[in-house]
Each structure stands twice: as structure tokens, then as C-alpha cells.
Ligand binder design. Sequence first.
Ligand code: HEM
Length: 398
Amino acid sequence: MAEITLTRFDEVRDAYRQKGLKQALYDAAGVIMADTVLTLWGDEHRRRRRLENRLFRRDTFEHYERDLLPVAVDEVLDPAAASGRGDVVPLARRIVVNLTAAAAGVDRSEGTPAETDRLYSYAVKFSEGATAVHSTRDPAELRAEVVEALERWDEDFFGPSLARRTGLFERFATGEVAEDDLPRDVLTVLVRNQDSLDLPRDVIRREVAFYMLAGMHSTGAATTHAVHGAFGWFDHHPDDRKRMLDDPVFLQHCVHESMRLHPASPVARREAVEPATLRDGTEMKVGDTVVMDLWSANRDTEVFGADADRFNPLRDIRDDVPRWGHTFGGGRHACIGMELDGGVPADETTGAPILLGTVALILRGLLARGAQPDPDDPPQQDPNITRVWWGRYPVVFR
Ligand code: HEM
């Protein structure tokens, strides 16, 4: 079976859109990813995605940006700023963990910081399982840890959240509970459609765990990369620190630029389940795989200019190319949380204002509190992963 690697922006975009190519990046991560929306294909994927899409609309994004995120940012960053220092990696993840749990449908019964930390450590373990393909750890050992974390998370969070929703639906069926009183989250959608989608409990459990890790892991990493990109830019453009706080479009361009340079996964992989012809004419037979090198495609000098591998939020980009390149994927599996995290530009025709998105809001929260790199404690790469992935990013607040 042939394996083809694509490195150009337009080639990758074309491959994402090919109907006969099926997800093939998560074969080593079945313990957490099997039968989740990201690994489904064809009609099964379409049905699941259509239902879940209903949750990810502009009114939801506005609700997050206006009501939930500012509170979540203050709750985590105020104590860190008061203490004078912090580490962006856990700070960013703690901000997003409760938000992601709310979107996924994982209830928190205690509402304490200790409970958030517990949820956070489960999601960290799920993320490790999902990125098994890039892990430097022993696969059997990692798998056993993820299985164990899933069981404990089930007892602690998932089981009670599922039971609450099942009970609500029983009362909904008898008219005791109104439609408006049902939670608006992924678990509720799945419980409601369990029979029509033929979803066993373990699949629902993995789907909700996947949402937890997809939302938290990528957002946390993107935030740390955005902070790093911004600090690097300020070294040569010190006046832009103020501009980043005052100019939402510039702030958002900075975030998108760092997203382009650091896609959450450096590659996507697809397998041909039908014969396919790629943009350059290459014929793929059933069973052939294509590796989409997002890292390189996002640095394609024909699309992003001669300085494509440098952080430059002021670059000009053609209209049909998102500033974040392929970082949120494309085609059928394009990220469902793209606007939640990357924001939405203002719309002149409808008058809808810009939505900054989670990453820009956290970056702004850090900068507004005077965050700067800690001169005595430089950032460090995570030793357990071969991607560029910050393990620690200490900052001081001045
Ligand atoms: C900066 C943050 C994020 C990045 C860079 C990111 C990136 C991606 C990418 C590249 C894919 C497609 C993978 C592929 O085609 O192989 C994807 C899919 C997905 N993402 Fe995200 N993501 C982010 C945040 C989120 C958030 C906040 C959520 C949910 C709350 C989310 C939920 C999902 C889901 C459910 C899918 C699967 C969609 C499908 O298969 O139909 N992501 N994401």
C-alpha cells in the first residue's frame, strides 16, 4: 500500500475535501477515540455531526464570550496575578476545563477548585491517549493508564452526568420537564438520540471524553503558543503590546498567526476507502494512505509569502485562505469548535460584531494583567511528546 505525503497548502485543502478518504490518524488511540465523531466515516459521520453541529452556533459562541469566559478568565487569572507569577500551561487549561465540561455535558457537583483539578487531570490523561501516535511513552503502559482514568472519570463525573440526563428525559417524556429545561450539551444530544443513532454506553462515554480533551487540550496548547508568539513579537515591536489590548482585529490576527505556525496536530492522515485522484493527478488505490503535512502546508511560501515560517500578524493573505491555514482541519471533519476558539470576524452586512474567541480572550486577560516571560525560569518543551508542545511556560505579572 502506498503512502503519499502532501506538503503544499492547496494540495492539502483538496485532499481534505475528497469524499473517498477516511480518517486514519487515530488508529493507535482506539481506547479513547474509537467510534467518536472524528473517526466516523460516511453516513454515520454525517448523522452524528449534524446533531452536534446544532450546539455550535453563533448564539452559543456569544453566550460563551459574553457570560461564561470573562468569569472563567477572572477566576483563574486574578489569583495568579495577585501572587505575581504563574505558569500559562495549567492556567490556560484550568480556564477552559470547566467551559469544555459544560459544552460536553459533564456536571460538576461540588464546584470547587479541587474538583476542577480532578477533571483537568482526567482530561490530560485522555489527551495523552488521543495523541498516542506522537507519544514517546511505552504504548501498553499508556493504554493501561488511559483505561484506568476512564473508569475513575466514569465513577466520578460521567456516570452521574449520564444518570441525570436519562432521568430528565424520563420526566420530559411524561411532560414533567419542558424542552427549555433540558441542558444544551453534547451528552444531552447523544442521550436524546441514543436509539436512532444506535449508541452503546461506551461509545457515548468516549464521545464525551473526546469532547473534553479536544476542547481542552488544543485550546490550552494554542493559548500557550499565542502567548509565546506575542512575547516574541513584542521583543521587536514593544509598542504593539498596547495595540494588542486596544485593537481586537490585531489581537485576533496575532492569535491566528500563532495557530498557523503551530497546528494542534502537525499532520492529518487519511486512508482511501474508494479510489481517489489527488490534485496533482496522483491516483490512490483503496488502502493507500495520504499524510497531510499541516506544519509544512501552513508554511507554504506561495500562499503565505517568503517569510512564511516567521510570526508576522501583519502579513497579507489571499481572501480564500484562513489566517490560521489548515490548523482547524477542513472538509467533513473540520473542527466543530473552530469559531469558539478562533472567534468570528465582524460582519459588515449584518452588523454582527467581532467575536474574539477563547484563545484571544485568555491572551488579552494575561496581557491586561501585565504578564511577561519569567526571566529566571524559561519555558520548557514537554519531554513526553515529539511535537512542539510547551510543558511549562512560567510568567511574572508586573
Ligand atoms: C485551538 C483549538 C483547536 C484546534 C487547533 C482544533 C483542531 C482540530 C482539527 C485539526 C480537527 C480535524 C482533525 C482531522 O480532520 O483529522 C478538529 C476536529 C474536531 N474538533 Fe477541534 N480543535 C480545537 C478546539 C476544539 C474545541 C474547543 C472543540 C469543542 C468544544 C473541538 C472539537 C472538535 C471536534 C468534535 C472535532 C471532530 C469533528 C468531526 O470529526 O466532524 N475542537 N479539531
